[in-house]
Ligand binder design. Structure first.
Ligand code: ACO
Length: 318
């Protein structure tokens, strides 16, 4: 994982909008978040995470067969950030593409990589979740600007040898587009291309109806967790770890309660990074592994909800 060095604390936000450290902590669990410098784009921070991944897995770039990047804050509308990353890594021609599934993006991307591996088409997929949300945030809107941060996580999804116990056991994806306008960015696409007016009206920043999303997220993340556990004959008690999307501590707590999981088994780092959308899960997972909390052989559940709406889960043995 990689995050920018610059820290934006709740105290800093108090000076920018009408908010308080107490409100942000009690309503969200967030204390600080990381923000990139002006010149940094998604592929830059993703590249840092990938370099750490390459070092720790000892995989060579020539062995990567597929690149999938989950992001809603790509370097450009096109080409894809996956192609930009391919160029930075100097990788020969292979498939590379981005997917847009909001905060569930990393779950979607891993699921796609898994299909390619199971179909026998590839062996090694580089899957990245990266966001520079600070550049699509309205810094005068206290309803949203306290929530988001920047960061990236990268994973290598690879074909296991028969003798290995590591395995993606199951994946579950869902979406319901009828709620799309509760969390979206109005301009910058073909519906409202960039214009003087779109900039003046601040339409190139995200809009969110937080309260409605909160309720939907609690329900959907709970459902994504119980569905995947039940269809594998498991309960929350069988899990070693839940690594949930870090959007709000109260949503995380509600999800853990729904599957009757002890809070000690839930990975939370929302206080340090806020909501980095598709990057929260790989960042939280990478930190938990580095800290020696999640160990080889542990049964882990990823669970996320995001713009679209989209939601999903991944059950795997690390
Ligand atoms: N500081 C102080 N007061 C605030 C702030 C703030 N930063 N933001 C909102 N308020 C006020 C509101 O104006 C409102 O005041 P009012 O009662 O006078 O109108 C009051 O606080 C309560 O607002 P609510 O929206 O009801 O507060 P809630 O408890 O729902 O918390 C929050 C808001 C934190 C946004 C919560 O709804 C939430 O976390 N929603 C989910 C966000 C999410 O999960 N996003 C996921 C997807 S993100 C992605 O895909 C990129």
């Amino acid at each position: 994982m990689a995050v920018p060095d610059k820290v934006l604390s709740n105290a800093d936000l108090e000076k920018m909008v009408d908010t308080s450290d107490e409100w942000i902590r009690t309503r969200t669990g967030m204390v600080e978040r990381r923000i990139v410098e002006k010149e940094t784009a998604a592929s830059d921070i993703a590249f840092k995470a990938i370099q750490k991944l390459l070092k720790s897995t000892k995989i060579k770039t020539k062995d990567i067969d597929l690149i999938i990047v989950a992001t809603i804050s790509s370097d450009h509308l096109f080409p894809s950030t996956a192609c930009v990353i391919q160029k930075k890594l100097k990788i020969h021609p292979i498939p590379a593409f981005d997917i847009s599934a909001g905060c569930t993006g990393f779950i979607y991307a891993i699921t796609i990589a898994k299909q390619f591996i199971e179909n026998g088409i590839i062996k090694n997929a580089l899957v990245v979740g990266v966001e520079i949300l600070s550049k699509i945030t309205n810094w005068t809107d206290r309803n949203t600007c306290v929530l988001f941060g920047d960061g990236a996580g990268a994973a290598l999804i690879t074909r296991a040898k028969k003798s290995e116990t590591s395995e993606i056991i199951d994946t579950y994806l869902s979406a319901d587009g009828k709620y799309g306008d509760l969390l979206y960015m109005p301009a910058g696409g073909s519906r409202i291309p960039a214009s003087e007016e779109s900039v003046k009206k601040n339409l190139h920043t995200l809009r969110m109806e937080g309260n409605k999303i909160f309720k939907a997220a609690v329900k959907a993340m709970g459902n994504a967790a119980t569905t995947i556990l039940e269809r594998n004959g498991l309960t929350g008690e069988d899990l070693d770890w839940l690594v949930p999307h870090q959007a709000n501590l109260r949503i995380i707590d509600a999800t853990a309660r729904r599957i009757k999981l002890d809070s000690q088994k839930v990975i939370v780092n929302i206080e340090k990074y806020g909501n980095t959308s598709s990057a929260t899960i790989p960042i939280a997972f990478a930190e938990a592994v580095e800290e020696g909390r999640i160990k080889k052989g542990d049964l882990v559940l990823f669970d996320a909800f995001g713009a679209g709406f989209t939601w999903g889960s991944i059950l795997f043995r690390y």
